[in-house]
Design a protein around this ligand. Structure first.
Ligand code: HEC
Length: 182
């Protein structure tokens, strides 16, 4: 590339910033990408649910309701019976995570039922994260917990019952620098 071309490319790259700078009296240093989030957008995005259940929305669901939703929205990647397909298995006999080759299913690995809800609510299904209603998320969580023999088939999951679920691997983690939740 000739030196002249080099100069032309540099001018073309710098020009938009020069325009923004001029438009704002010379104070602009950032390229003005994005826009501030509205309070409603922040609320919709901020869906953190803590291990002790703080942040759980109102609503409820059972395993039977969840079974139908799972088949519709999750089975494609996680397998018809949660045995895994393109994505990992979600249902299976608990195997000790201390094993050489641990199987990190819900029953064997997750220490809290509340954070399963959090994970599903914020990230699944991957093509439409955040699309499940609170009732749907409670139902799918109930289905996965019942299928892993953690709760019984008829247990209703809601913001009171979900934090009380005792996960099989509840005491399998080493807690560092944080107070162990009750
Ligand atoms: C398009 C494929 C796809 C669909 C559909 C999908 N998932 Fe997933 N799921 C994944 C992938 C890939 C991962 C691994 C993500 C990671 O490790 O960050 C995952 C991870 C998970 C995990 C964490 C696994 C673990 O135990 O560590 C859970 C729980 C889960 N999905 C639940 C669901 C539920 C519930 C649905 C339906 C509402 C669903 N997924 C739909 C692809 C999918």
């Amino acid at each position: 590339m000739s030196t002249l071309r080099h100069i032309a490319v540099v001018i073309a790259l710098v020009a938009p910033f020069g325009v923004a700078r001029a438009a704002d009296g010379g104070n602009v240093v950032a390229p003005r990408l994005g826009k501030p989030m509205t309070a409603a957008e922040v609320t919709a995005w901020n869906r953190t649910i803590f291990p002790d259940g703080r942040g759980l929305p109102p609503g409820h669901g059972t395993a039977e309701e969840g079974r139908i939703l799972y088949a519709e929205k999750c089975a494609r990647c996680h397998g018809a019976h949660g045995e895994g397909a393109t994505a990992e298995d979600l249902i299976g006999a608990p195997t000790p995570p201390t094993r050489e080759d641990p199987n990190k299913t819900i029953g064997a690995y997750w220490p809290f039922a509340t954070t399963i809800f959090d994970f599903i609510s914020r990230s699944m299904p991957p093509a439409a994260p955040g699309s499940l209603s609170a009732d749907e998320t409670y139902a799918i969580t109930a289905y996965l917990l019942a299928a892993n023999n953690v709760i019984s088939q008829d247990d209703d999951m809601n913001d009171k019952t979900l934090p009380k679920v005792e996960m099989p691997n509840r005491n399998g983690f080493i807690w560092i620098d944080v107070k162990k939740p009750k």
